[in-house]
Ligand binder design. Structure first.
Ligand code: C2E
Ligand code: CA
Ligand code: CA
Length: 670
C-alpha cells in the first residue's frame, strides 16, 4: 500500500471515532442533566409542600392562641404553655416582645443550639424568676438577639443541626416560623420540623428508575459502540503499522517514526545513518527449511534488532529478508563498527545453521540548525534505496559486507537502469555486434581459431565494452538472449564462410553459466546452429569456471549431450578463482583456456612459468587442447611455444576485431 494511502486511512479512522465519542458524551451529559433536573425539581416541590404545611400549622396555632386569650381569658404565656403541652416533642414555641426579645421559650426538651451560631443560650433563672408553669414542662428562656427578626431562611439555617440523608428519616431539619396572631405587644415563633422520609421520595425513586431504564439502555449501547470503535481503531492502527510476518513494525511505521526522529534530533549533534540490512541467501534458507522456518527466523532477527536499538533509533522489515534501520552515530567509523558487531551477532540468531548478512549505509548529513531541521524534506524511501544500492554493489565480492553509499554507486545504478531500459530495443536493432579475437598457432603464427566477443555499439554511448553490461545481463537473465544471439551470429558467419569459400576456423562462443539450468540446452543450441546450416564442429562453447559449481549432474548431462551433437567444450579462465581440478576429471572438456592472470602480476616469473608448464602438461595428459589468453609479449609466445601450447590469444597478435577486419586478417595471414 502506498504511504499516502495509509496515512489517509489512518486519518479517516481517527476522524470516524470522534463522532461516536462526542455523541456518547452529549447523550450521557444530557441524561445526567435530565435526572438531576428532575431530582432538584422534585425536591423543591417536596420542600415547598412541607413548608406550606408548616405555615398552615402556624396559622392554626395562631388561631388557637387567639381563641385561648379571648375566649378563655388567658395570658399569651398561659395559652402558649397550654398549646405546647399538646404539641409534638420537638415542636417548640418562643414568645418575644415587639423588639424580638425572647420572653418565654416552651419546649419539652432542651434544644441543642450548639451549632446555631447566631443563638445565644442564656441562664433562664437569671432573666425570668417565674419559671414554673402548668404541665411541669421545663421552660427555658432564651435570647435570640441576631436571629429573631430575620427571614425564615436565616432561622432555617440556624437549625441545620440534625439533617441526615439516607437514613430514616432521610432528611430532617428545624425551621422557625412566625405564628400569625391578633394579640398585640407580643410575637410568637414556632419551631417546626421539616422531615422527609422514604415514602416521600418513593415516587421520585420510581421516576428516576424509569428514566434510567429509558436513558440507560441507549447510554450503554452508545458506550459499547464507543468501546468497539476504539478497539477497531486499535486494530486498524495495528494493521497499518504491524508487519504481518514479524509482528514488529512495518515500513509505514518506520517512515513515520524516522521522520519524527529526524525532526526532533537531526541536528548538528547527531549524524543519522539509514541502513539496508540484508540476510544473504534467504531464499536458499527457505528452500531448505520451509517458509515457516523462514518466517520464524525473520521474527528472531526482528526481536534481536528491537533490543539493540537505542533511544532515537528505529527499524522495520522492508521486504523478504531486508530490514531498514535508522541509526544514530557519531562518525562513519563508529557506524561501521557498530554495524559490523551487529552483523556478527546476527549470525548467531540461528545457532544450528550458518547465516550471514550484509549492509548498505546512507549517511544523512546533519541539519545546520533547528530551522533547517524542521524545513528539510528527506525522501526516506529514496534514501533507503540508496543504502540498498550500496549493499547491492558489493554483490559477489568476497569478504565485503558493509558498504557506504557514494555518488559512484548512484552512477552505476543509473547506468544499470539505462541498460535495462534499452537492452531489448538494442538487441532488436542489432546494436550488439559480433567481434572476433583470433587465436594463433604459437609456432606458425597462423590463425587457427577465434573467440566471439560481443560489443554494444550504441548510437548514444558509442562502443560499450562487455564488462559494462554482461554482469547486468547475468543478473537479470537477459544474458541467455544475448548468448543465443551470439551463437546464431557465429553460426551465420560459419555458413557465410562456407558459402563464400573463405577460410573456416573454429570459433568459440561464451555461454554464460545462467544457461546451464536448462535441461534442453543442447537441443536448443543445435536448433540455433542448424537454423544456419553451420557445422557443429566449427563451434566451441566456452564456460567459465563458475559454471562448474552448482548442479553437477545436470551440467554433466548437458555437456555430454553437447559433445554428442559435435560441439567442443572449453573451460574458460582456468586458474582464476577456485580451480576445479575435479571438473577436469569428471567433465568432457576439450579445451583449457589458461586465464590471463597467469601472465600478469608481480609474482616470481619462474614460479609462474612452472605453474603454466605443469598445467599444460596436465591438460596434455588429459588429451585437452590448451589456449593461452591475454598474451601481450613476444617472450610469452616463445615460452608457450616451447611448452607445446596449442593456441595463443592476445593483444600481441590481435585485439578483438569486427568480422570484416577479421576476414581481411585471416586472408592476409593465411
Ligand atoms: P573472456 O571470455 O575471458 O574474454 C577475454 C577477454 O580478454 C576479452 O575482453 C578480450 O578482449 C580480453 N583480452 C584478450 N586478449 C587480451 C590481452 O592481451 N590483454 C588484455 N588486457 N585483454 C585481452 P572483452 O571482450 O572485454 O570481454 C570481457 C568478458 O566479457 C569476456 O571475458 C566474457 O566473459 C564476457 N563476454 C564477452 N562477450 C560475451 C558474450 O558474447 N557472451 C558472454 N556470455 N560473455 C561475453
Ligand atoms: Ca571467453
Ligand atoms: Ca577468458
Amino acid at each position: 500500500m502506498k504511504i499516502q494511502k495509509k496515512q489517509k486511512t489512518k486519518r479517516f479512522y481517527k476522524k470516524s471515532i470522534w463522532p461516536s465519542i462526542i455523541l456518547f458524551l452529549v447523550f450521557l451529559s444530557s441524561c445526567v442533566g435530565m435526572v438531576l433536573t428532575f431530582m432538584f425539581t422534585f425536591q423543591g416541590y417536596l420542600i415547598d409542600t412541607k413548608i406550606a404545611d408548616i405555615h398552615e400549622d402556624a396559622r392554626n396555632l395562631g388561631r388557637m392562641v387567639d381563641q385561648h386569650t379571648k375566649e378563655q381569658n388567658e395570658t399569651i404565656f398561659e395559652a402558649a404553655a397550654f398549646i405546647q403541652v399538646y404539641l409534638e416533642e420537638d415542636r417548640d414555641i418562643c414568645i418575644t416582645d415587639e423588639n424580638d426579645q425572647v420572653l418565654k421559650y416552651y419546649g419539652k426538651t432542651v434544644p441543642d443550639f450548639g451549632r446555631a451560631e447566631n443563638v445565644q443560650l442564656m441562664d433562664p433563672y437569671q432573666l425570668i424568676p417565674d419559671l414554673n408553669l402548668a404541665g411541669g414542662e421545663r421552660q427555658i428562656l432564651l435570647s435570640f438577639p441576631q436571629l429573631l427578626g430575620r427571614s425564615i431562611e436565616a432561622l432555617k439555617k440556624s437549625s441545620y443541626e440534625d439533617n441526615r440523608w439516607m437514613e430514616e428519616p432521610l432528611f430532617h431539619t428545624y425551621c422557625w416560623v412566625e405564628v400569625p396572631m391578633q394579640m398585640q405587644g407580643y410575637r410568637m415563633y414556632y419551631r417546626a420540623s421539616l422531615t422527609i422520609v422514604q415514602k416521600n421520595i418513593f415516587f421520585m425513586n420510581v421516576a428516576i428508575l424509569v428514566q434510567m431504564l429509558f436513558l440507560g439502555v441507549p447510554t450503554i449501547l452508545l458506550f459499547v459502540n464507543v468501546l468497539s470503535s476504539i478497539a477497531m481503531q486499535k486494530r486498524m492502527v495495528n494493521l497499518l503499522y504491524q508487519d504481518p510476518v514479524t509482528g514488529g513494525n512495518n515500513w509505514c511505521h518506520f517512515l513515520e517514526q524516522s521522520r519524527k526522529i529526524l525532526r526532533r534530533f537531526g541536528n548538528a549533534n547527531h549524524t543519522y545513518a539509514v541502513v539496508n540490512l540484508h540476510m544473504l541467501r534467504f531464499q536458499d534458507f527457505c528452500a531448505c527449511n520451509g517458509s515457516k522456518e523462514g518466517d520464524e527466523l525473520l521474527k528472531k532477527i526482528d526481536g534481536y534488532l528491537k533490543v539493540n536499538m537505542d533511544r532515537g533509533e528505529t527499524f522495520a522489515r522492508f521486504s523478504k529478508a531486508d530490514f531498514g534501520l535508522l541509526l544514530r552515530c557519531r562518525s562513519v567509523e563508529q557506524c561501521e563498527k557498530r554495524l559490523k558487531k551487529l552483523l556478527v551477532e546476527l549470525t548467531g540468531v540461528k545457532r544450528d545453521q550458518m547465516i550471514s548478512f550484509s549492509a548498505g549505509i546512507y549517511l544523512l548529513h546533519p541539519a545546520a540548525n533547528r530551522k533547517e531541521r524542521r524545513r528539510r524534506q528527506i525522501d526516506l524511501d529514496q534514501v533507503y534505496h540508496f543504502a540498498s544500492a550500496a549493499r547491492s554493489s558489493m554483490r559477489g565480492r568476497e569478504g565485503e559486507y558493509i558498504k557506504l553509499f557514494d555518488q559512484q554507486i548512484l552512477q552505476e545504478q543509473l547506468w544499470r537502469r539505462k541498460v535495462e531500459e534499452r537492452m531489448e530495443a538494442a538487441l532488436a536493432a542489432g546494436e550488439f555486434r559480433l567481434y572476433l579475437q583470433p587465436k594463433f598457432h604459437p609456432v606458425t603464427e597462423k590463425i587457427v581459431g577465434a573467440e566471439a566477443l560481443v560489443r554494444w555499439i550504441s548510437p548514444e554511448d558509442g562502443m560499450i565494452p562487455p564488462n559494462r553490461f554482461i554482469p547486468i545481463f547475468e543478473e537479470n537473465g537477459f544474458i541467455t538472449r544475448l548468448d543465443d544471439y551470439m551463437i546464431s551470429e557465429v553460426a551465420k558467419l560459419q555458413s557465410e564462410w562456407k558459402i563464400h569459400g573463405q577460410k573456416q576456423v573454429p570459433v568459440s562462443v561464451n555461454v554464460s553459466r545462467v544457461n546451464f539450468v536448462k535441461e534442453d540446452l543442447a537441443e536448443h543450441i543445435c536448433r540455433l546452429v542448424d537454423g544456419y546450416g553451420a557445422a557443429h564442429a566449427g563451434i566451441e562453447l566456452e564456460l567459465t569456471e563458475s559454471a562448474f559449481f552448482g548442479n553437477k549432474e545436470l551440467l554433466q548431462k548437458i555437456l555430454k549431450e553437447l559433445k554428442m551433437c559435435g560441439f567442443s567444450i572449453s573451460m574458460d579462465d582456468f586458474g582464476a578463482g577456485y580451480s576445479s581440478l575435479n571438473s577436469l576429471k569428471d567433465l568432457p572438456i576439450d579445451v583449457l583456456k589458461l586465464d590471463m592472470d597467469f601472465f600478469r602480476g608481480d609474482g616470481s616469473k619462474e614460479r609462474g612459468e612452472i605453474v603454466v608448464k605443469e598445467t599444460i602438461r596436465l591438460a596434455k595428459s588429459l588429451h585437452m587442447k590448451i589456449v593461452a589468453e591475454g598474451i601481450e609479449k613476444k617472450e610469452q609466445v616463445e615460452f608457450l611455444a616451447e611448452q607445446g601450447c596449442d593456441m595463443i590469444q592476445g593483444y600481441y597478435f590481435a585485439k578483438p576485431l569486427p568480422v570484416s577486419e577479421f576476414n581481411e586478417r585471416a586472408e592476409r595471414d593465411g
